[in-house]
Design a protein around this ligand. Sequence first.
Ligand SMILES: *Cc1c(COP(=O)(O)O)cnc(C)c1O
Length: 378
Amino acid sequence: MNRISYAKQDINSEDIRVVNSVLKSRFLTTGPKIVEFEKKILDFFGPKHAIAVSSATSALHISCLSLGLKKNDYLWTTPISFVASANCALYCGAKVDFVDIDSNNFNISIKKLEEKLKSTPKSKLPKIVIIVHLSGHPVDLKQVKKLSKIYKFKIIEDASHAAGSTYNGSRIGNCKYSDVCVFSFHPVKIITTGEGGAILTNSKKIFNKARVLRSHGIFMKKQKKFFCQNYDMKYLGYHYRMNEMQAALGISQLLRINKFVRVRNKISDYYKKNIKSSRIKFQEIINNSTSSMHLFIIRLPNFYRNRIYKILKENFIDTNFHYIPIYRHSYYKKFKFKINSFIESERYFKEAITLPLYFSLEKKIQMKIVKIINKVVR
Ligand SMILES: *Cc1c(COP(=O)(O)O)cnc(C)c1O
């Protein structure tokens, strides 16, 4: 019997056709498909500028650099995220600190963010706060924006989960309340390019800087006199480009994003309606927003959580865990974070589990998962 995984990409014959046709074309990288994909990203998400890159991790890195993050600056984020949300600060030589999560929506707690900003000496206030829309459930961006004006920090949305989510009637990605928004197109995410990511912004300045950092920090010169000597490296940049096959796949996947999000929400609604136990807590969503439903996370007492993991596994169904608090990773030990500053994250660590959720997840598997969980927690 095939194992059921927690996530799975959806690739159709059209996806395959467009990637194949790129392989037969003149450009395999830095060609028309990248330009087209970036245009389609603008059309769908609504910001002024978009840059396709090799991953969300590289997007976060050059976004931080473009916002001027440097040695000894501070960057704050949530501990319940993928390590990339914090590592980008370390790449820039900056320091990371965390703000505990909200017990109901599992995102960064706005209340704790405000308290921490209030009680932090000026010299240690963050230059950037990265908010993460966990599972695609939006963080209350207006509240974060308000704080950013008082405490003078920049906002990056790590929207790796949130392609297709909405906040206050418009799409996450329009950067109405942030400086930069970053997406991931890894195969487990809402749409995929194999590997890939994007930087979205309304700032021409950030756009210009990030675009050059994507490709070695090299500028093309306009002068024609020294033919073939018309390029100049101004900054220490990187090679974070996406290629044409990836961009073609992205264009094709973007045509189905609304369908993907709709089906994910349908499966989530089925889970919520049919998993019946007062021991189980679902992730709440704030008012005036919708979720892409990248992940379906439940929380329940540790004993039952561990049993659900084990019994689903015995039934060839794999679950997952999002995420181990970042400060708990071995590499982060040296920063000596105090676990008791993150009471809710620590509880979450003991209680959370991610159930399978993807576009082609069969109804009979959904029913089986519900049945097993209800039996365990009865
Ligand atoms: C997947 C993910 C990333 C990293 O994405 P890549 O495209 O694999 O680099 C960063 N942050 C979050 C929250 C993610 O889920």
